[in-house]
Design a protein around this ligand. Structure first.
Ligand code: HEM
Length: 396
């Protein structure tokens, strides 16, 4: 069985599709360093791992989010790293805010924010769209949901990027930067919790302060874990979805034409960007017992990776998987939002932000050109998207 070093800095997003195809062609699971992990590259195996918390526990995240060099990281104690039954009541506390009624309440704000940002970006013409649009929109919206003061957002991008780098970090400088980010976020979010306890508002932090699980209010540690999960989750992945959408538009100008002619094409486009360029490339689990999957024996205690990026291109499920085909069959069967009890809580929010964000942008332009042919991708393997997007926008 061949071992793959998925987290090696030399593996770039351009290499991934060939690498994943090779991994999918191997019998059984693959071995992955540096974690001594097993990786499920085929769709069926990745889905089997994600949907079976009894055999494949999400407590893996408690291990990968707290490497020895980092120490305590509140996200390791969040619901993302819990299995049922502990996971169930915590998730129930926030499902309503992210459900259809919550989204309907937010829609007008997302539309307004999208239009203001798109207007300003098109006026500039030459602009870094990560700075001006793809990061700012999700940041401002999760800020509204959590009731945060916009004047405190200056470090959010640094925080969000670094929280996504924990499993890929390799150098002492990266370790130090991430340690510092965790300290800063703890201080900031603890202040938010205290301020909202003194003066509640109409936001999720105030709601969580009132919430009870089995008759008990959440402790400050539980609240902090919630916010350590929600704040970066609300920014980083959606920002990559929008960024990957812009890159795809630049590479497929006919898609811009289709969307300008008919905005109902946009959700189809977004769904295919999710399948083709998933912002989260993998999810970790831990084998709770000796298990056998596709003929590979996995010893209890092993880390097991569901390779979302590879599952989404599995030729056993998707026809012509290497082609970008909006509106394809099984369009929503990708694993980009996970599968099972941890299915992404923010999936509807992410789709809405991408749809309204693109509506605002494409209705104002007739051309979009990358100013450099080389895409500068974010470092690390887990989060996939452009670090910067220098573009030239041609106003409609
Ligand atoms: C395109 C954007 C997004 C992508 C690709 C994405 C991806 C994912 C994935 C793959 C999971 C499952 C992780 C696992 O099973 O281990 C997940 C869970 C989660 N996502 Fe997202 N996400 C996105 C946007 C958002 C947004 C906007 C939020 C809002 C705050 C959010 C909040 C969450 C939360 C709280 C969970 C954990 C749910 C649980 O443990 O039950 N996500 N997401």
């Amino acid at each position: 069985m061949q071992t793959y070093d998925l987290f090696a800095p030399a593996i770039t997003p351009a290499d991934r599709s060939a690498l994943f195809a090779k991994m999918r062609s191997e019998p059984g699971l693959c071995r992955v360093e540096p974690f001594g992990a097993y990786a499920a590259a085929r769709y069926e195996d990745a889905a089997a791992i994600l949907k079976d918390p009894k055999r494949f526990s999400s407590e893996a995240l408690a291990v990968t989010a707290e490497p020895a060099w980092l120490g305590p990281n509140p996200v390791a104690q969040s619901m993302l790293s819990m299995d049922p039954p502990r996971h169930t009541p915590l998730r129930a506390l926030v499902t309503r805010a992210f459900g259809p009624a919550g989204m309907a309440r937010l829609e007008a704000q997302v539309r307004r924010a999208s239009e203001t940002l798109a207007e300003a970006a098109v006026r500039q013409g030459e602009v870094d769209l990560v700075d001006a649009f793809t990061f700012v929109l999700p940041r401002d919206i999760i800020g509204v949901m959590l009731g945060l003061d916009p004047s405190t957002f200056s470090e959010f991008r640094r925080w969000s990027t670094n929280m996504g780098l924990i499993s890929s970090a390799r150098t002492p400088e990266q370790y130090e930067e991430i340690r510092s980010v965790v300290r800063e976020m703890k201080d900031y979010l603890t202040d938010v919790i205290h301020a909202r306890r003194r003066q509640p508002g109409e936001d999720m932090v105030s709601d969580l302060l009132q919430a009870e699980v089995e008759g008990q209010k959440l402790t400050d540690e539980q609240l902090l874990s919630f916010l350590f999960l929600l704040l970066p989750a609300g920014m980083e992945t959606t920002s990559q979805l929008l960024g990957n959408a812009v890159l795809t538009l630049a590479q497929h100008p006919e898609q811009l034409e289709l969307m300008r002619a008919d905005k109902t094409h946009i959700p189809r486009f977004v769904e295919e960007v999710l399948r083709y360029e998933p912002p989260t490339q993998l999810s970790f689990r831990m084998a709770m017992q000796d298990v056998e999957l596709s003929g590979t024996k996995v010893p209890a205690g092993s880390l097991v990776l569901g390779l979302i990026g590879s599952a989404n291109r599995d030729e056993r499920v998707f026809d012509q998987p290497e082609r970008f085909l909006p509106g394809r069959e099984k369009a929503t069967q990708h694993l980009s939002f996970g599968y099972g009890v941890h299915f992404c809580l923010g999936a509807q929010l992410a789709r809405m932000e991408a749809r309204l964000g693109l509506e605002a942008l494409v209705s104002r332009i007739r051309g979009l050109r990358l100013r450099s042919p080389e895409v500068q991708w974010l470092p690390g393997f887990t989060i996939h998207g452009p670090a910067v997007l220098p573009v030239e926008l041609v106003a409609a």
